[in-house]
Design a binder for this molecule. Structure first.
Ligand code: ZN
Length: 285
């Protein structure tokens, strides 16, 4: 029996586990509890949460016709393409702090939500090594996810918004927790080996700080003209050259994530327009 520890459910990390199993390999698959259902359910990455994503974008002001066009195109692509990686059974659901012994070393599981809800980082204390998956990469800063967790309104939210996994605030908190520890080397899933973990973490924090500032300024500018700003209006102001049909979704998640951070920090206030759209106003200084 061989053990496969999956950092998160995305196709390029879940890989060909199911294909290997079908060919007779005796594999045990370990995944963080919050990503386990996704590993067991999704056979094509792009299929994930299409309708949920549309509900989120629609609540934040994206036009229904645009979302319908995108959904039709994405469904067509899914139906046409072979799955890159099939769904597969999870044998153990990992938790933060779990320790995984090997013959010569031990790995500690660190839950690092953000890029996905159940992303995990593996730490090897003796050598100061971190296996970071997509949480920290050698060649990019990851996007973070944002998706509704339930159909009913959150009882503690004054605007009655649905409870949601808020990837960007979670990602920044995960980075700060990791920053407080001492490590020597990062082995990421993409890009080369990284020597100065603290610098890499600071770079990722700065990357998002700049974007959060841009979103804050865009809200102020739109609100000065029309009273408040939806995430969709912020998207349009920040990315005028992009084609919304093909380039809206990941950046819209970024804008919504930045608004989550600004709301948490008391820099913007959410409201609901008469038509139900969620919008934001700069908080009075
Ligand atoms: Zn990924």
């Amino acid at each position: 029996m061989r053990r496969v520890i999956v950092t998160h459910y995305h196709t390029d990390h879940k890989g060909q586990i199911e294909t290997l199993r079908e060919a007779g390999a005796d594999l045990e698959v370990w995944v963080h509890a919050d990503d386990a259902d996704d590993v067991e359910r999704f056979s094509v990455e792009r299929e994930e949460r299409l309708d949920e994503g549309n509900a989120l974008f629609s609540d934040h002001g994206a036009p229904a016709a645009l979302l319908a066009r995108q959904a039709e195109r994405i469904r067509r692509d899914i139906a046409r393409d072979e799955p890159l990686a099939k769904a597969t059974r999870v044998d153990r659901r990992l938790r933060n702090g779990d320790r995984i012994p090997f013959k010569a070393f031990e790995l500690e599981v660190l839950h690092a939500p953000g890029h996905t809800a159940g992303h995990l980082v593996l730490a090897e204390e003796a050598s100061g090594t971190l296996l970071t998956g997509d949480h920290l990469m050698g060649n990019a800063v990851p996007f973070t996810e944002s998706f509704y967790l339930a159909d009913h309104p959150d009882p503690i939210d004054p605007l009655g918004r649905r409870p949601r996994f808020r990837g960007l605030p979670a990602y920044l908190a995960s980075l700060r927790r990791l920053r407080a520890r001492t490590h020597r080397t990062i082995l990421p899933a993409h890009g080369g080996i990284l020597d100065r973990p603290a610098r890499v973490i600071d770079d990722a924090l700065l990357f998002y700080q700049v974007r959060i500032q841009r979103v804050e300024r865009a809200v102020a500018r739109i609100a000065s003209e029309r009273g408040d700003a939806s995430a969709w209006e912020v998207w349009q102001l920040l990315f005028p050259a992009l084609d919304p049909d093909t380039q809206m979704r990941t950046r819209m998640v970024m804008v919504i994530g930045a608004l989550d951070v600004l709301e948490d920090e008391g820099r913007v206030r959410p409201l609901r327009r008469r038509d139900g759209t969620i919008a934001f106003r700069p908080a009075p200084a």
